[in-house]
Design a protein around this ligand. Structure first.
Ligand SMILES: Nc1ncnc2c1ncn2[C@@H]1O[C@H](COP(=O)(O)OP(=O)(O)OP(=O)(O)O)[C@@H](O)[C@H]1O
Length: 304
């Protein structure tokens, strides 16, 4: 089985360690590379696609090093996050230029075929500067796919793309994965990743923090203490009630009278709260997670 393998791979820029001792194996199908901004996703993808040498460790495709290996470059396609700087070209000209750079025997034929795959045949005669964000992503995808690579790497492909176009892109990626390609895309949004990827690799502060299918990753994110601020019709009585619940590990009344609740089992708390309060005639007015930001979730993943 084909595999992209990283072994103790690190990359630093001066004093900044962007990727820190990462070992992972990416096989065929769609994998999501999940991590907050600055986690090192772009750097990792650059090393995987052969644009950047690791400072230490290795990146290999089917046993062969990726860096400075022209034979391997023909088997990898990268969709970078940055916009195409040749907006004056038509989509077709841009894709065909890539086909020619790859020295394909029939650049025109390969261009026609890939434009059809990404459903861009009709707008391909227009300048890229007139495209929507979703169309620009699809034309970048066509350029990365024109040489029919075995590995497809995409950096934040859904960023700024509207929901309809996003669904379309997701369908395309799933199809590429089903065809047996290694498809790896980066994202900072778990929900986005879980819609497409069967497998998820989590990167935080340059380190490989977790790995698994989305249920495993979601469990890691939900089976952790969560803090909520609660406002209700009777906060003091609610505080007494919550203290007796197994899923609640702490309750505090703030100086302004709001409740701060620490929950250890989010599932049980969410399922029970409506019934507990209804039985006591208490109305919940506000329930706000105070540490639900992605950064805190990732910090938790790394610490555990
Ligand atoms: N060429 C460079 N020179 C110096 N530092 C860099 C360089 N490239 C990346 N870094 C640093 O390495 C770290 C990881 O950056 P990287 O762009 O790989 O993360 P990312 O997960 O892709 O984040 P984002 O989604 O914000 O692009 C950051 O601290 C960044 O500032």
């Amino acid at each position: 089985m084909s595999a992209l393998v990283l072994e103790k791979t690190s990359r630093w820029f001066g004093n900044v360690v962007a990727v820190n001792d990462v070992s992972m194996t990416i096989g065929p199908g769609v994998t999501g590379l999940l991590g907050p901004n600055g986690a090192g996703k772009t750097t990792l993808l650059a090393m995987m696609s052969g644009f950047l040498p690791p400072s230490s460790g290795t990146v290999r495709l089917d046993g062969e090093p990726v860096w400075r290996n022209t034979g391997i470059y023909q088997r990898i396609g990268l969709v970078p996050e940055r916009e195409i700087s040749f907006g004056y070209l038509t989509g077709r000209q841009f894709v065909q230029a890539n086909a020619e750079l790859q020295k394909l025997p029939d650049p025109r034929g390969a261009t026609d075929k890939v434009l059809e795959t990404v459903e861009m045949t009709e707008p391909a005669g227009r300048r890229i500067s007139t495209y929507s964000k979703g169309m620009r992503q699809r034309i970048k995808l066509a350029a990365a796919l024109v040489h029919d690579p075995q590995v497809l790497l995409l950096d934040e492909p859904f960023n700024g793309v509207d929901p309809r176009q996003r669904a379309h892109l997701m369908r395309l990626l799933r199809r590429m994965g089903e065809d047996g390609r290694i498809v790896l895309f980066s994202s900072h949004i778990l929900e986005e990743v879980e819609q497409v990827a069967r497998h998820i690799e989590v990167l935080v502060a340059g380190r490989h923090a977790a790995s698994g299918d989305y249920t495993a990753i979601r469990r890691l994110m939900t089976d952790r203490p969560v803090h909520y601020r609660l406002e209700s019709s009777d906060n003091r009585r609610l505080a007494g009630l919550l203290m007796t619940r197994e899923s609640v590990t702490g309750v505090q009344v703030t100086p302004v009278g709001a409740l701060e609740v620490q929950v250890s089992d989010l599932g049980a708390f969410a399922a029970g709260l409506p019934a507990w309060t209804r039985a006591e005639g208490i109305t919940i007015r506000e329930l706000i997670p105070t540490d639900e930001s992605l950064e805190s979730v990732f910090a938790y993943l790394v610490a555990s």
